[in-house]
Design a binder for this molecule. Structure first.
Ligand SMILES: CC(C)(COP(=O)(O)OP(=O)(O)OC[C@H]1O[C@@H](n2cnc3c(N)ncnc32)[C@H](O)[C@@H]1OP(=O)(O)O)[C@@H](O)C(=O)NCCC(=O)NCCS
Length: 179
């Protein structure tokens, strides 16, 4: 499966959600049943990388996707050296709520590309409305290692999942510009 060049907002009439399989039921289910509706009601945004060729139903398979949303964390969940300069009310962050790659194209650096694109998307938003960090809830220990290699650190446990974070000032270093 060859993928197209750009991530676009999920559109249920154009993108074939039913054929997406990343190997994780929860994530497949989110993309197939909830992602579009959540965008419609304004609680998150899902961006997909479509395949370059459509199926017989005219829709494009989804190679990978990410879902982001505004969120907040408690100041005290951060290491003290970071928390000491922050206010005592909840600290604004961006959440990578979901991120997954279709099994058909896993192991080809698309997970890395999808994460970088998600961070770039959030960095652009951060230029207009700042958040302190980007957080992600990992579905298992192996995924923690995936995020660790790109500079994410342990934050806390959140509903049984490990929550990791990367400060926005670190994200900035990836996309330095004059903005
Ligand atoms: C985790 C996932 C996104 C990785 O995508 P992928 O396209 O297979 O990974 P990539 O090819 O981009 O891998 C990039 C690097 O991460 C490493 N990596 C990939 N999956 C990993 C994992 N689960 N744990 C640790 N490292 C991982 C690769 O070895 C590679 O390292 P390298 O650059 O040194 O070779 C993908 O396997 C997936 O969608 N899994 C199911 C859903 C999921 O777990 N999503 C995470 C939600 S929290």
């Amino acid at each position: 499966m060859k993928y197209s060049k750009t991530f676009v907002a999920l559109n249920k009439t154009i993108h074939d959600r039913a054929t997406f399989d990343c190997g994780n039921k929860e994530l497949n289910n989110f993309l197939q049943r909830h992602a579009f509706r959540h965008m419609k009601v304004g609680v998150s945004k899902t961006m997909v990388l479509p395949a370059s060729k459509n199926l017989s139903n005219q829709k494009y398979p989804i190679c990978s996707f990410y879902t982001v949303a505004p969120s907040s964390i408690q100041r005290d969940s951060l290491p003290q050296e970071l928390s000491k300069s922050l206010p005592h009310y909840p600290v604004p962050v961006f959440l990578i709520a979901q991120l997954a790659v279709n099994k058909k194209v896993q192991g080809q650096q698309l997970g890395k590309i999808t994460l970088i694109k998600a961070l770039e998307f959030l960095w652009q938003i951060n230029k207009k409305m700042s958040a302190y960090a980007v957080v992600v809830d990992c579905i298992n220990e192996s995924v923690e290692n995936f995020y660790k290699q790109y500079g994410f650190h342990y934050l806390c446990k959140n509903h049984g999942k490990t929550r990791m974070f990367i400060p926005m000032k670190t994200v900035k270093q990836l996309f330095v510009d004059n903005g």
